[in-house]
Design a binder for this molecule. Structure first.
Ligand SMILES: [Zn+2]
Ligand SMILES: [Zn+2]
Length: 344
């Protein structure tokens, strides 16, 4: 069988892999869709070493073979990949912080003995049964293919402790920023501003709940922002652009005593005005990946319409089209979330 793997700078290849077999603790899944993540794109753009186990981690499919030791699903179930429950054994669990379980985090990073040899840009995958969860019947396959990035947004929102009526700023209108925006509104944000240089993405933000969209390249971007959230700044600012320059900008937009949430993975070292962070008594919250329970929360939010994934889904491609899809995602701002369908 052929599997798409990022193998170098601006290079994704279809490599031959043996057909997956079901082993103790594993489930073989026939993949329906696998979304291309910003992480995949970053690996493709940078060419830096990349764990093949996470190359294509946003997938949904049907369990075709389930080992007798697996309790999370049965044959025929529609399933997706998520996080494990906390192990209770690692040093962090032993400190009473199950949310930061080292074992669960390693698994989600594609490490450990249960890691698959490749990701979901494949017709089939043999996957750790502990990381499988069932997809609610109310979700379409396309919605389920965008579930994993929703969980990232759910996790970011829950970690900030956002409150009803909060004034929120989201920096960056990529898939994660757009979903953070929707989740912030679902969590009760009073108003939500999104900053994004690409017009098509600003339109998407406006169509999915942003109260104000701003082009950060315009001279009066800051004036527009403060005129909307108040001169003191926003209660919560989410940095979803992953650009070193926007890290400190997030603090500039936050009010004194406000919260800055780092969600985007910054591509390099960032300079900060430390005195500003201190004087404002900024509460810094960072967020990566998500927890097992958040996959179920994300499904409910999509099922009842509070989170809409459809506007983000811009194209579907076959495995053969994956190289062009990566290039389009890198260069064409009209592309937001591309689903790979290995059945095509
Ligand atoms: Zn992802
Ligand atoms: Zn643990």
């Amino acid at each position: 069988m052929q599997v798409g793997l990022v193998t170098g700078k601006e290079q994704i290849e279809l490599k031959d892999f043996p057909e997956p077999v079901v082993e103790p603790g594993k489930v073989v899944v026939d993949i329906a869709y696998c979304g291309i993540c910003g992480t995949d794109l970053h690996a493709w753009l940078s060419g830096s070493p990349y764990n093949p186990a996470i190359c294509g981690h946003e997938w949904v499919g049907h369990a075709s073979e389930v080992h007798s030791s697996v309790t999370t699903c049965k044959e025929g179930d529609r399933v997706a990949a998520g996080g494990r429950t906390a192990c209770g054994q690692c040093s962090t669990c032993q400190r009473g912080d199950a949310e930061h379980c080292e074992t669960a985090f390693a698994a989600i990073c594609g490490m450990g003995p249960m890691a698959a040899p490749h990701g979901g840009f494949a017709p089939r995958i043999a996957f750790d049964g502990g990381r499988i969860y069932q997809v609610a019947p109310s979700l379409t396959d396309e919605q389920a293919g965008i579930l994993e990035p929703v969980t990232i947004a759910v996790h970011a929102i829950r970690r900030t402790g956002i409150r009803l009526g909060d004034r929120v700023v989201v920096i960056g209108g990529g898939p994660i920023g757009l979903l953070v925006l929707q989740c912030a509104k679902a969590a009760g944000a009073g108003t939500c501003v999104l900053l994004e240089p690409q017009e098509s993405r600003r339109k998407l933000a406006a169509a999915t709940g942003a109260d104000l969209v701003i082009d950060p390249m315009t001279a009066d971007a800051s004036e527009q922002l403060f005129a909307h959230v108040g001169s003191g700044g926003a209660d919560v600012v989410f940095e979803c652009a992953g650009i070193p320059a926007t890290i400190n900008q997030a603090v500039t937009y936050a009010r004194r005593g406000g919260t800055v949430s780092l969600v985007g993975v910054a591509s390099g070292k960032a300079e900060i005005e430390a005195a500003q962070w201190l004087v404002k008594e900024i509460r810094l919250q960072s967020s990566i990946a998500s927890l097992r329970e958040e996959f179920f929360m994300a499904q409910s939010l999509i099922a009842d319409g509070r989170i809409k994934t459809e506007p983000l889904h811009t194209s579907t491609v076959s495995l053969d089209g994956i190289g062009d899809a990566f290039a389009a995602l890198a260069r064409n701002p009209l592309e937001v979330k591309v689903l790979v369908d290995p059945r095509l």
